[in-house]
Design a protein around this ligand. Structure first.
Ligand SMILES: Cc1cc2nc3c(=O)[nH]c(=O)nc-3n(C[C@H](O)[C@H](O)[C@H](O)COP(=O)(O)O)c2cc1C
Length: 214
């Protein structure tokens, strides 16, 4: 299988098309947005967070994700400040469930994670039976796209954002706190705020390493 980009052709009709100035500018802005987004650790997120109006725009961006069958196969739950202690307890107890030997320091750290991000949302995939039948993996892709839409728009707004997951996501305690129904899966948290410090650019994989031509 060839994996050289030399000679790669796009579809019929795309050859020789001259983009308009507006399209060129849009491409440039979009490429910049995509390539400058970075995962910001929740440790490095401080206030201000997106406003209520900006949060609505972020959720609207999620709603623009590809969605085979138009099932809206995911949802988000905002965890306000006055509920963070509940989440912290779930993190702490989930750790103790997994590791009865966890030290008080480790338990404290697990608890503290719930309090870091100024704005915190849980992303939940809805993977139960559907009509029309759409495979769970496609619905998971839709959630990934929804999350990326949010991350990119948050980045364009000047905010920092990062994802957090981990073993607590599968804890029955998480399921209970978020009232997950059968078929729902907690996937990750979306942490939002303002980046308190810069981060070196991560070099991304080169295309030749992950594409080939049939
Ligand atoms: C579903 C999901 C869960 C993640 N959970 C964590 C996490 O628990 N801790 C963490 O440091 N990063 C987490 N990340 C972020 C990745 O570590 C990050 O995207 C990766 O290091 C690449 O960095 P970049 O996004 O800046 O390119 C998660 C990413 C995804 C897609």
């Amino acid at each position: 299988m060839a994996n050289s980009l030399d000679g790669v052709r796009s579809g019929d009709g795309a050859q020789g098309r001259s983009p308009s100035v507006l399209e060129e500018e849009l491409c440039e802005v979009t490429r910049t947005l995509i390539h400058t987004r970075q995962n910001i650790s929740s440790r490095n997120l401080v206030a201000p967070a997106p406003s209520a109006q900006q949060l609505v725009q972020l959720l609207d961006a999620a709603a623009a994700a590809p969605d085979h069958g138009l099932l809206n196969p995911w949802r988000f739950v905002i965890i306000p400040q006055d509920k963070r202690a509940l989440l912290g307890e779930v993190f702490a107890e989930a750790l103790i469930d997994r590791d009865a030997e966890a030290t008080p320091e480790q338990i404290g750290l697990a608890r503290e994670k719930a309090h870091r991000a100024p704005l915190l949302l849980l992303a939940i995939a809805r993977l139960g039976p559907t009509e029309p039948v759409i495979p769970p993996v496609e619905r998971m892709v839709s959630l990934g796209c929804a999350i990326q839409n949010m991350l990119l728009l948050a980045h364009a707004m000047g905010f920092g954002a990062g994802l957090t997951g981990g073993q607590a996501m599968n804890s029955p305690r998480m399921r209970a706190l978020f009232a997950l129904s059968e078929g729902e899966q907690a996937v990750c948290f979306v942490n939002l705020g303002t980046a308190s410090k810069g981060k070196p650019h991560r070099s991304r994989p080169e295309a030749r390493g992950f594409f080939s031509t049939l």
